[in-house]
Structures are given as structure tokens and as C-alpha cells.
Design a protein around this ligand. Sequence first.
Ligand code: FE2
Length: 383
Amino acid sequence: MRIRLLMAETTTKSAGMAQSSASAPFAWNPALEDLSDCPSILIVDDLEINRRLLKAMLKNTNYRFLEAKRAVDALQILEKERIDLVILDLVSPGMSGPEFCRQVKRNRKTQLVPVLMITSLHGVENEIQGIDSGADEFLTKPLHPALVRARIRAMLRNKAAVDSLEEAETILFALAQAVESRDHYTAGHCERLATYGVSVGNALGLSRKELVALHRGGYLHDIGKVAVPDRILHGTAKLTEPEWDIMKLHTIRGEEICRPMKSLAPVLPIIRSHHERWDGTGYPDGLAGENIPLSARILQVVDIYDALITARTYKPAMSHQEAIRIMKEEAARGWRDPELIALFASVSNDSWKEGIAEFASSEWSEVQAMRTSLENMKISLSH
Ligand SMILES: [Fe+2]
């Protein structure tokens, strides 16, 4: 009943709008306009009249509309098209609105697409059900056209901000990869560090947030080396004291590069403190013992391990046992956290490999999103 009322009300309004735009000297004609750069809105509703009404409310806006009668069709469109916003009815045939939302938010490719759920069912339970399933906003019929437009504008503004943050993060990870190849590390050094770091963090029962920071730290810890000149980074002679001071600055520069990205806040201690030593003789702050953030200590341990077990231009690869022996020596000398080295020695065997395999198949959205962005960037750079 309410739906019929809404349709009647809005049809009258949209008919009026159509009339006025038809009589206007420069009537809007979507066929004449290039909408490829405009935000794309996917409207999901089994009733054609409801889809038309929504489009009528959004007339005279620069949006590109795509439509789906069924939620399953909408999921297929989302796989193929760049969509900036989905509008869907809470009740839809075949798949409910909340189930559709859950699928969208579970998929790493679509999880950042905002969903506006519309319902004619009143009651806070429906709203809670919609929000619990991942819907970003909720509107109850009868819809007020001005409110619909304002809500959609706000959601698209947020989406644009999220897109630019994601792009900025991708650029940082790509920059970190460029540093990795410039530093003559064995290919995959950062990825191995990310994986090893998470395995050690898992053994220590760290939270998911801390594990994600360790994963990102694997890539970003040396990003500050972008500011170190080639003659210092690649010099064959022993570094002079002033050159060594510049090299040490990569920890501080790295932190400065990543600080503007709020999402990277948990990674900053890793970037800044991964060259501190347990006895306080490290850099840049001379922190000692447990004052060195645990995440930075973990990253340091796996960094040293990977450096030992892989071949470099100046040395062959060591065996796992030999690497562990050297790391224990360094702990005895006071440079490394002895408990952490002991833990590392105990987990970097069979269970270590299991941990890595488990992590490789992980569906963490943060990790998957970063991998997808990097893959996409590589593809676009190769064209
Ligand atoms: Fe470093």
C-alpha cells in the first residue's frame, strides 16, 4: 500500500520534472553526454517502476545508471563493472537484501562499494538486520527525493575519499617494491618478510590488527631508503660516518612518508624502530629492551633471517640451521631479544611452514585488497 502511494506521489513529481525539462532550451540528454567518468550507480529492484522512480529522482545529476532485476544479476554486474554505489530493496526475490549485502561485503573486490538499502517495511528490526549485513545507509519509503539525492551525494563523496586513500596506499606499496628492487634484495624479500612476520606474530597470539601491521611492515619497513642516494645504497667501500648517518635516516624518512596515511599508523613503529638493538646500541632512538615495539623486534628478526638464508651479490645463502646459530650469537651479544630469538628458532620449523601455508590461503580483506591493487598496478604499468 505504501509502495503504491509512493509511486503515485513520485510519478506525479517526475512527470512534472519531465515536462519542465522537455520545455527547457537545453534539455538533459544522457545519450549526448559522456558518462564514463561519472559515478556509477547500480539500482537493484525487481520492479521496473521502482527503478524508474529512483532514476527520476536523480535526474539532472551526472550519474551513470545500471540496473538489475535480481540480486544475483547485480552480483555479476559488480564483478564486471566499476560501481560506486548500489541501491537495493531490502526485500528482493531469490536473494534477500541482507544476503546480497553480505556477499558484496565479503568479496574483496566489492567490499568498499557502499550499499544504500531501501525498504517499505517499518521497524527498527529491519533496519538493524540491514545494517548488520553490511548496508552502509538505510532509507525507508516513502522516499523524499531531496533526501535521496543528499544521501547519495554524501555516500559518493565518501566513496571518492576511500578510492583516493586506496590509491595512495597502493602507490606507497608500489614505491616499497621499487625500493626492494633498487636495494638488490633477492626478489620477493618484502613478501617473505610479511609472511614470516605474520607467522611469528601468530605464534605470539597477536591480534589481527597487529598481524596486518606486521604484514604491511614487511613491505614498508625500508621505504625510507627511497631518500638514500645510490652512491650510499650501492657503494662497495665501507660507509663513512656522514654516509652512515644518511643511511640511518631511512627509518625516520620512512615514518615521515607513511605518517599521513592514517591506516598505516600501526605500521609506523615498525618502520621507525626496526634497527633498534636490545642493548640500546641501535638507531634511530637508541631504545632498549621492551621499549622497542614488539612488532619492530619481530620484523627485525625475520629481516635478519631472510638476509642470512638468501644469496646476495656479496655472499652465498646460508642453511636454516646456520642462520639460527648466528641469530642466537647476536642475541648472546646483547643485540637481539633473546626470548624472541628462542621463539623464532622453535617456530621456524615444521609448524612455521604450516603457518605460512595457512597464511598464504588467508582471505584477509586488508591483505587481499593490497595484493589486488598491486597486481592491477603492475598490469597497467606493463601496458
Ligand atoms: Fe632498514
